[in-house]
Write a protein that binds this ligand. Structure first.
Ligand code: SF4
Length: 326
């Protein structure tokens, strides 16, 4: 729902200022239409239905994986593709993976989104409409900004949307913003965001040359500076930073690469999440044994590490696989 248009429409009709909040509260709790908002007068519901589209996004396709993961391809009003995913876990977690941009300008070589044409930043309403779509299907309790796009290239709208997620049932502690290390946004996040929203940093290689090959952003904002900024975040906020490390066979998965990663990090500030790679064409994923060997090196250096469960692989909804235009 375009929240700015909602505000304008209500104030033009002389409605009290709390009216927009009422509409938002109904929407955030999963209402499927204005018709359900029984605390609003009927004529007002009719006006809103005519003047403020219930979502800024149109659903193009919806696919469900064998494990229950749901991936939706949306389109913005000006034709840009956006994907979002709902992952359901046995322990009751219902986690959303949200996109912050249509496409991504940062062209990481292992990432399907990086290969599609960059469209534009999404506004806060377009980000929230991804979450609201799933909220109408079922209650949700976790969100990660790990879909299409680099969230800190779209800082203001990402933070604005994250601040509204608690109304949908997703607390700041259960919200994670994942960055490749876009420093201007990262520094603002460290300085400005008081809510305990979690931070994840995609590293994928500790060696500077390899990292620049995999992630060209490394030439602009070298990893050493980014890691220092994450330590500042820990000092200021006392919250650990999750490190994302995608396991690419024969590329970044050797014991030496694990030791280089361990040397870069410290156990007080960081916790590593090893991500089995979902093939997107160019790279192969590391074997299970290799991933275990890599983890053993981190264990030896006392760097906390876990291996991520992969979800939705059969419908290209897993990490690094979001791209509607290949
Ligand atoms: S990994 Fe993230 S930053 Fe890199 S191209 Fe993909 S979406 Fe963009």
């Amino acid at each position: 729902m375009d929240l700015a248009l909602l505000d304008r429409t209500l104030s033009e009709r002389g409605e009290p200022s709390y009216r927009a909040r009422q509409v938002w509260e109904w929407t955030a709790r999963g209402s499927a239409s204005y018709g359900e908002m029984t605390t609003l007068a009927k004529p007002l519901r009719t006006v809103l239905a005519e003047e403020v589209p219930f979502s800024t996004l149109e659903v193009v396709t919806e696919r469900e994986a064998r494990d229950g993961t749901l991936k939706v391809l949306f389109r913005t009003h000006d034709g840009h593709p956006v994907e979002a995913v709902l992952m359901c876990y046995r322990d009751g977690r219902r986690s959303l993976c949200l996109s912050s941009q249509s496409g991504c300008p940062l062209t990481c070589t292992f990432c399907a989104t990086g290969t599609m044409r960059f469209g534009r930043n999404l506004n806060a309403s377009e980000i929230l409409d991804q979450a609201l779509h799933f909220r109408r299907i079922a209650p949700v309790n976790h969100a990660v900004y790990m879909g299409m796009g680099e969230p800190f290239l779209n800082y203001a709208d990402v933070i604005e949307s994250a601040r509204r997620l608690p109304d949908l049932g997703i607390t700041p502690r259960r919200t994670t913003i994942s960055t490749v290390g876009w420093m201007p946004g990262l520094s603002r996040f460290v300085d400005e965001v008081d809510e305990p929203i979690r931070l994840a940093l995609s590293i994928h290689a500790a060696d500077p040359e390899l990292r620049s090959e995999l992630m060209p952003v490394n030439d602009r904002y070298p990893l050493g500076d980014v890691v220092t900024e994450c330590r500042r975040y820990f000092e200021l906020r006392r919250r650990k930073v999750f490190v994302e490390y995608v396991m690419l066979a024969g590329v970044n998965d050797s014991p030496a690469a694990a030791r280089a990663l361990a040397a870069l990090l410290d156990s007080r500030t960081f916790k590593v999440n090893l991500i089995p790679y979902n093939p997107t064409g160019t790279f192969e994923g590391s074997s299970r044994q290799t991933i275990e060997g890599f983890k053993r090196e981190l264990d030896r250096a006392r760097i906390p590490a876990t291996v991520r469960l992969t979800r939705g692989r059969d419908i290209e909804a897993a990490c690094g696989q979001l791209a509607s235009v290949r």
